[in-house]
Design a protein around this ligand. Structure first.
Ligand SMILES: C[C@](O)(C(=O)O)[C@H](CC(=O)O)C(=O)O
Length: 286
């Protein structure tokens, strides 16, 4: 089922954050129907840096290629600001689509952007952003590839301005709206009251971020069609990795951590080593 058809269904689509082939395959094995390739998660893991616009479009497209080679699930990918002007946004659309993305999320921050939950964001004009949305729609190869227009205006210009901007992006051809970082349940209700039934809405659950955390079920009842949990996997992995390295350093042995990690056969099961080797063998010369 295309992501377009899936988000028309009543049940909210839950897309967990991923950043490589391993996380994509684990999320798929856990039973999710779609993935969110998070720019923040890529910055955190590949660069070991914050989500402040350091990651390049080619690094993201390459990561997308790795993920679509590993998982058949539809992927919503973070296009940040489109990495420049409308022409850069078109190039981003072409690169990401070719790499296997099903939906692109573009936002109205100035370049370089920063995580929506950090302070001191700044925005381009609504008209310039609308131009980027139109440019991306013109560049897409398939009408099935969705454009998710995000506005970061809540923290900069207030909720009403954010809703107005989102209206402009909808008119420009956005398929889904993402009003980033609402600060309360009331603000979330204002957003859904305004748009529900007219366009699918995406909610973003960032642990410790500006938006109160709700369950997928709750967000569905509020009227959201998609929820992403973008950076949570990195917060979980970093927590474990920190404990692992500390334990190894303190003990000079991997034994004390053994019950909190896979062993060699355990990880082989997770990544399907036996199956791959058998498939390779089937092609051996007779
Ligand atoms: C959605 C987001 O753009 C991302 O890169 O995943 C980030 C999430 C995060 O920083 O955890 C965001 O700006 O909300």
């Amino acid at each position: 089922m295309s992501i377009k058809a899936r988000i028309a269904a009543k049940e909210i689509l839950v897309a967990p954050g991923v950043y490589d082939g391993l996380t994509a395959s684990l999320a798929e094995a856990a039973g999710f129907e779609a993935l969110y390739l998070s720019g923040a998660a890529v910055a955190y893991t590949r660069l070991g840096r914050p989500d402040i616009g350091l990651t390049s479009v080619t690094e993201m497209a390459e990561t997308m290629t790795l993920i679509s080679d590993r998982s058949d699930l539809p992927v919503i990918i973070d296009a940040d600001t489109g990495f420049g002007n409308a022409l850069n946004a078109q190039r981003t659309m072409r690169l990401y689509e070719r790499a296997g993305a099903s939906a692109l999320q573009i936002e109205d921050q100035t370049y370089p952007k920063r995580c929506g939950h950090l302070a001191d964001k700044s925005l381009i004009s609504a008209a310039e952003m609308a131009g980027k949305v139109r440019a991306m729609a013109d560049a897409r190869h398939s009408e099935e590839t969705l454009i998710i227009a995000r506005t970061d205006a809540v923290a900069v210009e207030g909720l009403n301005a954010a809703i107005e901007r989102a209206e402009t992006y909808l008119e420009a051809g956005a398929d889904v709206l993402f009003i980033e970082a609402p600060q309360s349940r009331d603000q979330m209700n204002d957003i859904t009251t305004h748009f529900v039934g007219r366009v699918p809405l995406l909610a973003n659950m960032v642990e410790g971020g500006a938006t109160p955390i709700s369950s997928a079920r709750d967000l569905q009842d509020q009227g959201f069609s998609i929820v992403i949990f973008p950076g949570g996997i990195v917060r979980a992995v970093a927590h474990t990795a920190q404990a692992y390295y500390r334990s190894l350093r303190e003990n000079g042995s991997n034994r004390p951590f053994a019950d909190r990690m896979f062993d060699f056969p355990g990880l082989n099961d997770v990544i399907g080593t036996e199956d791959m080797l058998a498939r390779g063998k089937a092609y051996d010369a007779e």
